[in-house]
Every structure is written in C-alpha cells, then in structure tokens.
Design a protein around this ligand. Structure first.
Ligand SMILES: C[S@@+](CC[C@H](N)C(=O)[O-])C[C@H]1O[C@@H](n2cnc3c(N)ncnc32)[C@H](O)[C@@H]1O
Length: 277
C-alpha cells in the first residue's frame, strides 16, 4: 500500500461497509469507495451466483475459501468491453500521436486493461501511425483472470462485427482482418502486436505509479469510484505522466469537479483527452 496515499476509511458501518473492509484486509482489493448503488447491484448478482442469503454469509464464505475470491471479482469488476470502443476517442488519439516527436521512444500505460480489447486497439493504432516499434505499452489490471485473457488476446468471432464497425469509425487505415487469425470460432490477435506490450498486476487504488509515460489511457473504471477514490486514482495517473503527457478517460468520465481539472488542459472535450502542461 502506498505510504503517500492515506487509507480511506469506510464511510458506512453496515453490511456493505463490513464486507468491503474485510475484502480489503484479506485480499488487498480496495472497494471501500466504490459507489454504493453499483456495489449493491453487483453484490446482489454475486449473492444469487454463490447462493448465499446475505452479505455476511458471503463475506464468511469468501474469507474461508480464498479460491472463491477470483469468482467474486467477476462481479465486482467489469472486465468486458469492445475493441475500438468509443471510436471518437481513438480518432482523437490518432491526431495526438501524429503530433509527437517522431524521434522519441513512446511509453504508454493502460491501467485498467481488463481483457485487453483496448490494449490491442491502441497497439493497432500505434502500428498504423508507424510508431509501434519504438513504443513500450504497460497493460495492467488488478484482476488476474482478466489479465490472463488480455495476454492471450483471443476473442470469439461473434464479436468481430462490432469490433470492425468501431475500427472503421475510429479512422482505421486498413482492415481489422489484417491483425488477427481466425479459426474454430476464435480470433487470435497478431503476435507482432503483443511484442510491444507488457502485462502485469497493478491496482491504481492501492499501488503507486511505477513509470513515467507520455500517454495514460484509463477508460471506464473511474466511473465506478466515489469521489475520494477517483482523486486518489487520478493522483497515481498524474504522477505517471511526463510533462506534456496525455491522459485519456472514458466518455462517461471527466476531470470536471476534481482537483485535477485545473492541472490539465482539456484538448478534446468530446473524446475526454487531457494534457499535462
Ligand atoms: C470496464 S473495464 C475497462 C477496460 C478498458 N479500460 C476499456 O475501457 O475497454 C474496467 C476494468 O477496470 C479494472 N479495475 C477495477 N478496479 C481497478 C483498480 N482499482 N485499479 C485498476 N483497474 C481496476 C477492472 O478489473 C476492469 O478490468
């Protein structure tokens, strides 16, 4: 746990507060400041799945049977996504990449990479912009199961229609079929894309910044966090950015009303792209 970031105390002293606090102590996963509505909805589904009547019983079960914790994580985090999700974001990012100094080595961090769709989308974009061979991509997530899927880079072919539509809308310069091989109902992302990517376990909530990068793409996770946790995660992201570095958020997220609003320049409001001065 970072010594620079003070531990947040649970605000509520009830079944949910006790539950998330116990998970934090036992497994280092900090859900203490996730929004209550979204946590209760997720835990209702978990109760059905585990066939437990209430959170106290679920807590005891998950503490007694650590292997169950991985199953629980499927409910508490949202790993699913699409390639080139929100094409407007990737369009804007292409412009940003074109403005970078072509002599620089590029470092990119995707701090909640989930099952990898966003990572491979970025790798394809960087390849098409001619910079992938001098880029190092850090793809991290606290969910080990998601990370394994991300590293494998295998997606079922029924998802390709949506992926291709997004790719075209994002300004894709080729055909998505150039980047995977398909067979037996699966599409396997090209090994060449994977060479630029390092996958590892990291939580923005409990771990520190670990590298200085020019781009942090952290999409569709801050919206699950309550205000204090957003601030804490944003501090880690900001600490990781070099001067003039870029921060990309999800379309339902923004720096508005956070302490970081005044510390970044909004370079594309619709695409949620920010730049550190
Ligand atoms: C909806 S997915 C987003 C995936 C990808 N960024 C995208 O937009 O396509 C949310 C991811 O955030 C991850 N996550 C949840 N809490 C996190 C934390 N404290 N630190 C880093 N990632 C976290 C989850 O494990 C999940 O994989």
């Amino acid at each position: 746990l970072s010594s620079a970031t003070p531990a947040l105390l649970p605000k509520r002293d009830d079944d949910l507060g006790t539950f998330v606090h116990a998970i934090y102590r036992a497994y280092r996963y900090d859900f203490r400041n996730y929004t209550e509505g979204s946590m209760r909805r997720r835990l209702r589904n978990a109760l059905t799945y585990f066939q437990e009547p209430n959170l106290d019983r679920l807590r005891i079960r998950v503490l007694e049977e650590p292997q169950r914790f991985t199953e629980l994580l499927r409910f508490l985090t949202t790993p699913t996504t699409d390639m080139f999700r929100d094409p407007i974001y990737f369009r804007a990012l292409r412009q940003v990449i074109r403005q970078l100094d072509p002599r620089d080595t590029l470092k990119v961090w995707i701090p909640c990479c989930g099952t990898g769709e966003e990572v491979y989308s970025l790798a394809i974009l960087l390849f098409e912009e001619g910079v992938l061979d001098r880029t190092l991509m850090y793809a991290t997530d606290p969910n080990a199961e998601s990370l394994r899927a991300a590293e494998a880079g295998v997606y079922t072919t029924d998802r390709l229609v949506a992926f291709k539509a997004n790719y075209e809308l994002s300004g894709g310069q080729s055909s998505l079929t150039d980047y995977y091989s398909a067979g037996y109902g699966n599409a396997v992302l090209d090994r060449e894309l994977k060479r630029a990517i390092v996958f590892f376990d990291h939580s923005m909530v409990s771990d520190d910044a670990f590298a200085m990068v020019q781009l942090v793409s952290c999409r569709n996770v801050l919206l699950y966090f309550a205000r204090e946790l957003q601030e804490r995660a944003l501090a880690v992201l900001s600490d990781s950015l070099m001067p003039s570095g870029y921060l990309g958020l999800g379309l339902k997220e923004s720096l508005r009303s956070t302490t970081f609003e005044s510390q970044f320049v909004e370079i594309d409001r619709d695409a949620r792209l920010y730049q550190k001065p």
